[in-house]
Ligand binder design. Sequence first.
Ligand code: DGJ
Length: 729
Amino acid sequence: MSIRYNEATKQFILETASTCYQIEIDELGFLHHLYYGPKTGQGDLAYRYRIYDHGFSGNPYDMRNNRAFSLDSMPQEYTSFGVGDFRVTSIRASCSDGSRCFEFRYSGHEIIDGKYAIPDLPSVYNNDDEVQTLVVSLIDGPANIAIRLYYGVFENLDVITRTAEIINWGHETVWLRKASSLCLELPFGSWDMIHFHGRHCMERQPERVPLFHGIHTLSSGRGMSSHQHNPFVILCDRTATEDSGACYGMMLMYSGNHKTEIELDQFDSVRVVMGVSDDRFRWELTPGASFRAPEVILSCADGLTQLSHRFHRVVRNNVCRGEYKLSHRPVLINNWEATYFDLNEEKIVALAQKAADIGVELFVLDDGWFKNRVDDNAGLGDWTPDTNKLPNGLDGLIKKINDMGLKFGLWVEPEMVNENSDLYRAHPDWAMTAPNRAPMMARNQLVLDLSREEVHEYIFDTLSGLLSKYNITYIKWDFNRPLADVYSHSTPSPRQGEVTHRYYLSLYRLYERLTKAFPHVLFEGCAGGGGRFDAGMLQYSPQIWCSDNTDPISRLTIQYGTSFGYPVSAIGAHVSATPNHQTGRLTPLSTRGTVAMMGAFGYELDMTKLSDEELEEMKGQIKRFKELEPMIHNGLYYRLSSMKESGHYFAWQFVAPDKSRSLLSIVVTNPLANSTPVHVRLKGLDSDAIYSVNGEFECTGSALMNAGYTFPQLTGDYPALQLDIIKVK
Ligand code: DGJ
């Protein structure tokens, strides 16, 4: 049993294999957070909580004689609003009489076997794991607004999921202005925050900063989880390292506007509130209606590596779905950086033939294949093949590609429309534009208003039409601009604050319908590279194009940052041309291969321009990747270098689940003269076993993990080395 309720102490105890979460219903019915951390072997942790008299923090009316009792300092599971807790709030709303005060007190609970689901939203699901759900209900009496807090306890995964449901049991409409998924308090300790910021072509750059007093906000209002702030954050002890120290990870399973607020308050206590962004959010809750917040995946671990491993496991096994989640992902060639829009059947066939000859398994036809799409000014919305470029139609092209033994994949950007398209001319009101205002343009395109049912149906019909008509086994689903001028021409004006969230509800439903209708198709997410790299998208597309930056040296940091929360199998990574198209940098093919092998591996360059030697080397890379893929995608991934070392080198390691083999990789980003040798201590091996190190010598796992390994000196331009560590005894 992972969830217990102690009637005598009024405490909930939630336990996973190595962690424990405790909640207490206090004497007034407030839901008081007691503890989240390593298992303590102690049922009741209420002794840990003492309340001091805090001047200027007020008291609930029934505690007016106890000046120490204040919502302003009490660690809570979800906050009230407007009644004396002046910290970051989980909820904000206004009633029809204009009042904006809510005090939520316990009204009941349920402990249920299995995992709850969230209608219309992606969520972590249960395989054969031990999972229980706790639902705690709270109510604000005067307004008759209820909150149900959900806790999914995945015992063996060491993960707890959280979400909230807000229900209007009153007789009047209530306007929700904020409805977070999670409130987590860390009342003691001193913490660093690790977050993943960035920009287009430089996503998920890790930054570790000490918390300072005040509120840190990580958010996106771009209508996408964004290149700028990923909805994943870690709080770790100031002294935490990869190997030890308290680390808490919080990942929002959501692809739209999000916000995480981390407050270090006057009493040095930390509160984290995470959920859909409240900026421009306003949700009509009519009597009887409820709002479901997206899910947060929560884990706590000893060291950053263990935390990453827990997230990798849950995201790979319990978030991703479908037949590709754990099985082989076809090695692909994508024509984007080979041809851009300047494609035709002849070029594509020539490229595909080169790729087929060296062992590539899937050809992906990127942007530019449809009517009027000669550049990015026209065509989006009209998904019929361009017969000027493809005189034999898609059918003819696919047949030729299939005849080479390659599968066929297609790029689409179904949420978008160009003004210069038949779709826009027929339905200008389907685009999101604000009344009487020229819209912001980005890449000459507008966003379709997916919150409208007819738009949803149009996209479903278009995509299912393509998938039914052609032999397509892979879809790259792109999204190349943020949402601005957010306005739905079919939504009444008071409810315009619902449009962005409704857009995502509709998008998830679309994905749900398509993945059910076409279970054999592999979907790869994309948003100008990694602008929607989040656990919401990963529910439907088990891999996401990680970045439009294909330079291996830039990719090292992008993939390193991504690896803190997301599994390697989710990271779309390609070998591209040198000099690189984004940075102009020259790098060896072996380095490009080494970096792309930290992901769902593929190629994206004009193979018809390569020498026989280069093609031969690629053939070797493909063979090697196919052999190593089960370990790379489903084994354990270790970061062996830190950001401090990245100015000199990046080193990382994969270990097979049974520890029988490992792959040690290094890329030197800046060879140094007369430098100290690069030395790493390997991880995750079997201490007592004997391993062969690249066939050069043998030693124990313990030696490699404790005495470590010293790399030979690597010189030249961005050299890379991969070492096979194979158990021999
Ligand atoms: C952005 C994507 O990230 C690229 O890989 C490519 O598909 C282009 N869009 C095509 O327009």
